[in-house]
Design a protein around this ligand. Structure first.
Ligand SMILES: N[C@@H](CCC(=O)N[C@@H](CS)C(=O)NCC(=O)O)C(=O)O
Length: 212
């Protein structure tokens, strides 16, 4: 079978999600560390975003589609449970993480530190301050959810957890969000426990050049 190629810089939380998925399934892959809106990416993603994927004649974009393909194509532990209710709950969380949590914690808050767009390069305070109350609410929801079993869904590690961990990894490095994570003791324990999984440890990206 052709080798799977993931395309995208490893620091992207969505590229990291796909790499954890491969590691969980034991799937070999190569990583082409292309930035968004470069020819390799634009050839696959109509909006030039990362990750993209090649596997023989198959090309795909969007982390959810890529992880679904990896889950169905390769053997290894399922990333999405066979049980229809649990599978729907995983979809529900992946959707909420991608459409509600990532836009606040990564696009709004994290990028206000890493790519602030301010004249002197200092953190974009108005953008950070707007994100903080929304993040506090999201930390509370996540804390209550993982309190039940130590996972977002059911009692096993799924694509929902895979989707969340890279986001928590990044926000744990920044002041306000790391304080929020410390206050959410169950979520902090969830984070530490799952960050120690080999699939997560071995795919942890190097720092963003010049930014951490
Ligand atoms: N829904 C997409 C989001 C991908 C995404 O936003 N990737 C970022 C990097 S983390 C990107 O390519 N940004 C460039 C852009 O939005 O133009 C997925 O799940 O793959």
């Amino acid at each position: 079978m052709a080798e799977l190629q993931l395309i995208g810089v490893p620091q992207s939380n969505f590229v990291w999600v796909c790499r954890i998925a491969c590691a969980e399934k034991g799937v070999a892959y190569t990583l082409e560390p292309a930035r968004p809106h470069t020819p390799e990416v634009d050839a696959i993603h109509p909006f030039g975003k990362i990750p993209a994927m090649r596997h023989g004649d198959v090309t795909l974009c969007e982390s959810r589609a890529i992880c679904g393909y990896i889950d169905r194509t390769f053997s290894g532990p399922p990333l999405i449970p066979a049980d229809p209710v649990k599978a729907a709950h995983v979809e529900q969380w992946v959707s909420m993480i991608n459409t509600t949590i990532d836009p606040v914690m990564v696009r709004q808050y994290l990028l206000a530190y890493f790519f602030p767009g301010t004249p002197d390069g200092s953190p974009n305070r108005p953008q950070i301050d707007t994100a903080l109350p929304k993040m506090a609410a999201q930390f509370g929801i996540l804390e209550r959810t993982v309190a039940k079993t130590g996972y977002l869904v059911g009692d096993s590690f799924t694509l929902a957890d895979i989707d969340l961990l890279p986001i928590l990894y990044y926000v744990a490095k920044l002041p306000e969000s790391s304080a929020m994570l410390d206050s959410a003791k169950g979520l902090r324990a969830y984070f530490e426990r799952h960050m120690a999984r080999p699939s997560v440890k071995e795919t942890t990206p190097p720092p963003i050049p010049g930014r951490s």
